[in-house]
Design a protein around this ligand. Structure first.
Ligand code: PGA
Length: 248
């Protein structure tokens, strides 16, 4: 059985007072049949860990460097994230692929570094609108998945997030059939590569997940949760998404 995961990606949003939402989530979900993860900006990680202490809420980072240490001004390693007590790291988000030119190979190297530091890597993949309209979405997904997921990945060390770029922050989402089709493809591809163990790897959908559409998305086969941006910033929005996942 795959344990469902509601993951929040705060991007470059949030503040120390804003972390009060973690206390609200703690009160609303003292126990939850699914995992809950929040990924605030790096400077807030330690505070977030303090706020989440004594609760089942996991805290993760939004990126890491592929090297363990060195002259990389402004970066942080996977081991540094693990050392403070965070458990997950998002790698290969489309915003990083686009703004910083991150390639599949670099994303795989970051995921490998995460694994070496005992972090769970949330590897993001997703097609652009142009690629979707050109009928290339499935090929793009296959290529990104093959190139971005490192060898040796396991259900404990890997989560894959399918995030169509055109659905991120836009309020648009693919049809339920399109989401199900991509998730089935990812499951099949992981199975071909990792064998039976792939059945336990969690697959998240991401891109404009809101309380209003969460129940429909979570009802789909091979959707084990969501990577949520905007709607993860407040307990008011994120809590109903957690509830929808718990009920799915
Ligand atoms: P969104 O972002 O939920 O605001 O669309 C999702 C993401 O980028 O992970």
């Amino acid at each position: 059985m795959r344990r469902k995961l509601a993951a929040g990606n705060w991007k470059m949003n949030g503040s120390i007072p804003g972390l009060d939402m973690i206390s609200e989530l703690k009160l609303k979900h003292p126990e939850c049949p699914c995992d809950v993860l929040l990924c605030p900006p790096t400077p807030l990680l330690t505070h977030a860990l303090q706020n989440s202490a004594g609760s089942p809420i996991f805290i993760g980072a939004q990126d890491c460097h592929s090297e363990a240490k060195g002259a990389f001004t402004g970066d942080h390693s996977a081991a540094m994230i693990a050392e403070i007590g965070a458990t997950h790291v998002i790698v290969g988000h489309s915003e990083r692929r686009e703004a910083y030119g991150e390639t599949d190979a670099q994303v795989a190297a970051k995921a490998r570094a995460a694994h070496e530091a005992d972090l769970t890597a949330i590897v993001c993949i997703g097609e652009s609108l142009e690629q979707r309209e050109a009928g290339e979405a499935l090929d793009v997904i296959k290529t990104q998945l093959a190139g971005s997921v490192p060898d040796g990945s396991t259900a404990a060390s890997l989560v894959v997030a399918y995030e169509p770029i055109w659905a991120i922050g836009t309020g648009k989402i693919p049809t339920m059939e399109q989401i199900a089709e991509v998730h089935a493809l990812i499951r099949t591809e992981l199975g071909a590569r990792f064998g039976e163990d792939a059945a336990d790897i969690r697959l998240l959908y991401g891109g404009s997940v809101k309380p209003a559409n969460a129940t429909d998305i979570f009802a789909l086969d091979n959707v084990d949760g969501a990577l949520v941006g905007g709607a993860s910033l407040s307990a008011e929005d994120f809590s109903p998404i957690i509830e929808a996942l718990a009920a799915s």
